[in-house]
Structures are given as structure tokens and as C-alpha cells.
Design a protein around this ligand. Structure first.
Ligand SMILES: *Cc1c(COP(=O)(O)O)cnc(C)c1O
Length: 352
């Protein structure tokens, strides 16, 4: 016997590679190419360090109020956490305690199966159809809960109100989590449906559309009942998931709607340009509602394309997984970064 026999055996989630090389065009982790709001930056610069002696406000009350105001819900309908990964992981522990498997698509955020393993939650995956769309009828089957990103990742495809309503109508007896990590880039947000469906939890993040991946801030919106269960579970393992700096910067970020709309608008504009240019080069590009695009080219091997770009210091993402191994995922960067990406793409196509 060895203490090693008692180790937890688990296969972790693998995030996109990070790199310190300034020369690299890093369009592999769906980060925002623009800096956070200057008002959030000012909150950091003027932060009174002396205050860090104290624990943060365990309830992040002002941040919750600002978010409640922004989304038109009550403070009792808002939960905040240390990135939406933290919020979703807590939601899994809070709402998926049934003996029936939870349901989600076969191609989706690859963290879901990792949490299921970690928290010992059974799950069933339903295959997306040949156009990478979710088959609603699959979610009629009995389940212990549902989790779906909308728009979905890494397909970039989103669904509208009717779809979400039908999904909720089929699942009156389960908690349905809609992971809206990318919704600000043109998707449909089901936040308003939380007022009608008390089993709906919508999660969001400051990491993508608000350019604050580095401070780790996420939130959830749902019925007061769902939020109170999340709070109870959170307060059973760590009362201070959100630190004082994140709270201060998060508040200013949400208040600066003008900057938010401007930067999101720029990403959407660049996405359209890159999509059009790639299509003109013979790529098939899915209609993205996110800050990344899924693309493939029938004349070329996408792993070779990924490797070629990597050698040229342009980092995109390739998933060596069934069904999506013919695609690459490209995060939308600045126009300058995307010009370099397109230039190297032309070189790759021409050099074959
Ligand atoms: C990025 C992402 C998240 C989590 O982001 P955080 O940085 O933890 O807030 C959650 N879901 C999906 C689908 C994502 O792509």
C-alpha cells in the first residue's frame, strides 16, 4: 500500500496554450484583443492597497447590484464567482444531485465532462446534427439536468428564444443551465426567461466580451431560489471566491457600457471581414455569433494548417476530436492580427 493509492485519479481540462512571446499572434483562447474598459483600469490604479488588509465583501453586494441593474433583474437573482468556470462548477454541485444522468451535446465546452468526473455526476451526450445544430427532441428524454452553451462552443452557432423556450418546456423537472459565455457577440440571451422559468440558470463571464479574463469574474442569473442554493454551496467551501480588486474592476466595467459596445462592435466587424475573406479563399466558415470562428477547407488538412501557422507564430486552436478534427477554431483578434493571420493563410494555401 502507498499513499499514492489514495490519490484522486482525474484527467483535467486543457486550456489553450499561453505564451510570453510578444511576436506571437495569439488567437487560440478566445481572449478579447482589446484592453478592459479604461474605467476598470482606473479602478485598479486608484485602488487603496491598504484596504486589502480586509476580507472582500463576502456578498459582493455592489457588484451584484450593478449587474442586477444592467440585466433588469433583482439583486436576489444574481450570483457572482471566480470566473464562470467557478460558477458553472458550483452549479453542477448545486443542481445535479439526481441519480439520472445530466444531458449536453457531444460537441461542446470540454470542461463539462471534467466536472462530471470530478463531482461524480453521470452524463449522457446527444450528438449535434450534421450541421452542428442541437437536436431539441433529444432533450425530451428524462434527465438529471441540462447544460448547453448558447452560442455553443466550439461551433460558434447560437439558437433563439423559441428554441430555448421549447428546451425549457421539455425540462420542467430539471435545472437547465445556459452558458452564455459568448452571448454578447451577437447571440440571443435568455436572461429574461429566468423570470418565467424558475429552473433556468443563465451564466455569464467577464473574460470574453469584457476583456477581463485575468481577474476571473463570472456570474449567474436565475430565480431567487436557485441563487440561494448556489450561495449555500459556495459558502460551504469558500466564502470569498471574488476578491476586492475583481469586485472594484467588475463594477466599473459593467458601468462603462459605451466602451463595452464599442469593443464588442469592433470584434463583430472584424469577424465579418475575416469570415468573408476566408470564404473567398475557399474555406467553409460556420455563421459565428461568438468572438471566434470555426473553419475548414476541403482541399487541405487542418492539422497541417494549424502546424504551419504555429511555425509562423500564429496560434489558432485545433481539436483532435471526432467530428471536429476537420476544423480549426480561430479567435477574432485586432484587424492587424487578423491581417497577419490571413497573410500566413494565403501562404499556406499557395505553398501546397
Ligand atoms: C470561456 C468559457 C467559459 C468560462 O470562462 P471564465 O473565464 O471561467 O469565466 C465558460 N463557458 C464557455 C463555453 C467558455 O468558452
Amino acid at each position: 500500500m502507498s499513499f499514492r493509492n489514495n490519490f484522486r485519479k482525474i484527467t483535467p481540462y486543457v486550456p489553450g496554450e499561453q505564451s510570453k512571446d510578444r511576436d506571437i499572434v495569439k488567437i487560440n483562447a478566445n481572449e478579447n484583443p482589446y484592453p478592459p474598459s479604461p474605467k476598470a483600469a482606473a479602478a485598479l490604479k486608484t485602488f487603496d492597497c491598504e484596504k486589502l488588509r480586509f476580507y472582500p465583501n463576502a456578498n459582493a453586494t455592489i457588484l451584484k447590484e450593478v449587474l442586477a441593474d444592467y440585466y433588469g433583474v433583482g439583486v436576489e437573482n444574481v450570483f457572482v464567482g471566480n470566473g464562470s468556470d467557478d460558477v458553472i462548477a458550483l452549479a453542477f454541485q448545486s443542481f445535479f444531485c439526481s441519480d439520472k444522468p445530466i444531458a449536453y451535446p457531444d460537441i461542446t465546452y470540454s470542461f463539462y465532462p471534467v466536472w462530471c468526473d470530478l463531482f461524480r455526476i453521470e452524463y449522457t451526450t446527444y450528438p449535434l446534427d450534421e450541421n452542428f445544430r442541437i437536436n431539441l427532441e433529444d432533450y425530451k428524454a428524462e434527465n438529471g439536468g441540462v447544460v448547453i452553451p448558447n452560442p455553443n462552443a466550439p461551433t460558434s452557432l447560437g439558437e433563439g428564444e423559441e428554441f430555448i423556450r421549447t428546451l425549457l418546456d421539455y425540462n420542467r423537472d430539471s435545472v437547465v443551465i445556459i452558458d452564455e459565455a459568448y452571448v454578447d457577440f451577437g447571440g440571443y440571451s435568455s436572461v429574461n426567461l429566468t423570470k418565467e422559468y424558475d429552473n433556468l440558470l443563465v451564466t455569464g463571464t467577464f473574460s470574453k466580451s469584457r476583456s477581463l479574463a485575468g481577474i476571473r469574474l463570472g456570474f449567474a442569473i436565475g430565480s431567487a431560489e436557485l441563487i440561494s442554493v448556489l450561495e449555500a454551496v459556495k459558502n460551504s467551501y469558500n466564502s470569498y471566491t471574488v476578491d476586492s480588486l475583481a469586485i472594484a474592476m467588475g463594477i466599473e466595467s459593467v458601468k462603462d457600457d459605451e466602451y463595452f459596445k464599442e469593443t464588442v462592435g469592433k470584434v463583430i466587424k472584424t469577424r465579418k471581414r475575416v469570415t468573408d475573406e476566408l470564404r473567398a479563399l475557399g474555406f467553409e466558415v460556420l455563421d459565428s455569433q461568438t468572438n471566434f470562428i470555426m473553419a475548414t477547407h476541403c482541399g487541405y488538412n487542418m492539422k497541417d494548417y494549424f502546424d504551419y501557422l504555429k511555425a509562423k507564430k500564429v496560434f489558432i486552436r485545433y481539436f483532435s476530436l471526432p467530428r471536429i478534427d476537420k476544423y480549426v477554431r480561430i479567435t477574432i483578434g485586432t484587424d492587424g492580427e487578423m491581417d497577419r493571420f490571413l497573410e500566413e493563410t494565403r501562404n499556406f494555401l499557395g505553398g501546397k
